[in-house]
Ligand binder design. Structure first.
Ligand SMILES: [Zn+2]
Length: 176
């Protein structure tokens, strides 16, 4: 009797979960980051939320200071310079930065990440111009994927196309 009760509860729970699930693709993904030396630089999680994607980063083995974070257009992290990541993810065809009247790129972040003297840092943002849905025009899985890149300098949020962010110091591949 007890077992039947449990099974019924499970089936009901599964049915309810199925009914409210409208999002296609993964709800949440976790990606590893590497630094310019190819060392473990921590990770990022991307979680589908109502109005976009919540991105949380926990980094390590990076130089002290404030750094820009940007989603780039290629799923490539080729240390040491990560040039293979390409330009900023921009399927909407806009210019760079939240302070740019012609902005912003889909992959631009409204802020950066502060790395402390222990070479660690944390940051969380919600991006409204990207999606984890593989069928969406602004999907992070578009054309095989994208990458999250951390840069030497903070983002000035207006200089097209790169926001004066300098070199690329960490990278993580996002693939379907
Ligand atoms: Zn940009």
């Amino acid at each position: 009797m007890r077992l039947v009760g449990w099974l019924t509860a499970l089936l009901l729970a599964a049915g309810v979960a199925g009914a409210v699930e409208t999002h296609a693709g993964p709800k949440k993904i976790k990606i590893r980051l590497i630094n310019s030396y190819g060392q473990d630089a921590g990770y990022a999680t991307l979680k589908a939320v109502k109005d976009g994607v919540k991105v949380h980063l926990e980094v390590q083995n990076l130089r002290f200071g404030d750094h820009a974070i940007v989603l780039h257009e290629n799923p490539v992290c080729d240390a040491p310079d990560f040039e293979g990541a390409g330009g900023h993810f921009n399927p909407s065809g806009k210019e760079h930065g939240f302070l740019n009247p012609l902005g912003h790129h889909n992959g631009d972040f409204p802020g950066g990440i502060s790395v402390d003297e222990d070479h660690e840092g944390e940051a969380t943002y919600v991006l409204h111009s990207i999606s984890l849905d593989p069928g969406a025009p602004d999907s992070v899985f578009l054309h095989g994927g994208t990458s999250i890149v951390i840069h030497t300098r903070p983002d000035d949020q207006k200089t097209d196309p790169y926001g004066d962010t300098g070199n690329r110091i960490a990278c993580g591949v996002i693939k379907p």
